[in-house]
Design a binder for this molecule. Structure first.
Ligand SMILES: [Zn+2]
Ligand SMILES: [Zn+2]
Length: 385
């Protein structure tokens, strides 16, 4: 396939090369002149948090993936502080990101495909113009209908510079640190915000666990999850992009999901989308089996002629059947509960279905547990053999 010629985006190329170098000198100057100030550091951390949240919970999970909906004050917050992230408008960001998901690892169509190397995925792609994307505005129909998103598209540059660089300077004037406000809470903070986000496209597509799928390069990586408020659970996210959570287990470090859920308790976010636990478990089971077979192969253990194979297949079939039964019950439940008029007998049917779903969930989980125990047993046996 012929590689498309790209024109250099000089504004980005100069900005992303010069600003980090400038920050080294301005930070040294800040320390050398004895201007270091903890209040400025706190300001930088607060602004970094607002920006990171706006990019991850806002640009990413709200605007690019529509994993939930939000009231206008929340959207406005994300659009203002997202602009201060200086990563483009929410509209363009979302379009690039939708292409990343639709064509992941395709060197021509995925704007930041890891196949083109770590640096390209991290920031190299930003050094070039991607004009053809503007032709795809029809893909952004839902975003074009949002007046706030459209208004930010037209104003993000002055808004971003003001909120990202000038405003922290004005605030830090209160304690006499205009320089620190602009260059530490402004520029240095923006460089750190940038590279934390960029690591999702680079590091998280190279290093980490493929917990749910190996059909794409995305990985679950705790380090980037920590830096980006939960975005590092990227294997999960690529597998289930419509879920508002990225760290799906309750203890996974995902402050974004906690923020989104927290705001839902006061009605500021709603329609939070979640993938059901059994679909997630089934994907995990599928990958665990793949990993097991790979390990057995490495140990030269011929699983398919071993005494385990029949029981293993039997347990897998049982788990699959339990999954199908549970899914059919859920569909039936969805059909009944979506009816606007629910006579008494329908309500009764819903109650019965709920009981059946609970029972079927227990059966499914039991089947998975037993299958998992046997998987461990096989692995332990192969290690000892
Ligand atoms: Zn990705
Ligand atoms: Zn995404």
């Amino acid at each position: 396939m012929k590689t498309r010629e790209r024109k250099i985006n000089w504004t980005n190329a100069i900005y992303f090369s010069v600003v980090p170098i400038m920050c080294i000198f301005t930070t040294i100057h800040w320390f050398n002149t004895g201007a270091f100030n903890w209040t400025t550091v706190i300001l930088a951390l607060v602004l970094a948090t607002f920006v990171e949240l706006s990019i991850t919970a806002g640009y990413h999970r709200l605007f690019a993936h529509r994993t939930y909906n939000a009231a206008w004050p929340v959207k406005l917050f994300f659009l203002i502080f997202g602009a201060a992230g200086l990563q483009g408008s929410a509209l363009q960001w979302a379009l690039d990101h939708r292409d990343h998901h639709n064509y992941v690892d395709d060197n021509e169509k995925d704007p930041y495909s890891i196949g083109k190397g770590f640096f390209w995925a991290h920031m190299g792609w930003l050094y070039f113009k991607h004009n053809d994307q503007l032709k795809d505005m029809e893909k952004a129909g839902d975003l074009m209908d949002d007046k706030l998103v459209v208004a930010q598209f037209h104003t993000w540059v002055p808004m971003g510079f003001f909120v990202g660089y000038i405003l922290p300077g004005i605030i830090a004037l209160a304690w006499g640190d205009l320089f620190g406000g602009i260059f530490i809470a402004g520029f240095l903070r923006s460089v750190l915000n940038h590279h934390a986000t960029f690591l999702i496209n680079s590091l998280t597509h190279c290093i980490g666990k493929q917990t749910y799928s190996d059909s794409h390069s995305a990985r679950d990586n705790w380090f980037t999850a920590f830096l980006t408020f939960g975005e590092g659970y990227h294997n999960y996210h690529h597998e289930f992009p419509s879920d508002y959570r990225n760290g799906v287990r309750p203890w996974d470090w995902d402050p974004c999901k906690w923020t989104i859920r927290g705001l839902s308790y006061v009605g500021l976010t709603y329609d939070l989308k979640k993938i059901s636990a059994e679909i997630i478990l089934r994907k995990r089971m599928h990958m665990k089996e793949k990993h097991m077979l790979k390990k057995l192969n490495k140990r030269n253990f011929d699983f398919f002629t071993s005494s385990y194979v029949d029981t293993f297949e039997e347990m897998k079939t049982r788990a699959d059947a339990a999954f199908k039964y549970l899914s059919s019950l859920r569909q039936e439940h969805k059909k009944l509960t979506s009816k606007t008029h629910k006579p008494a007998f329908v309500q009764l049917e819903v109650e019965v279905l709920k009981d059946q779903i609970n029972q079927a969930t227990r059966e499914f989980r039991k089947a998975i547990r037993e299958w998992n125990m046997l998987r461990r047993q096989v692995l332990a046996y192969s290690r000892a053999a």
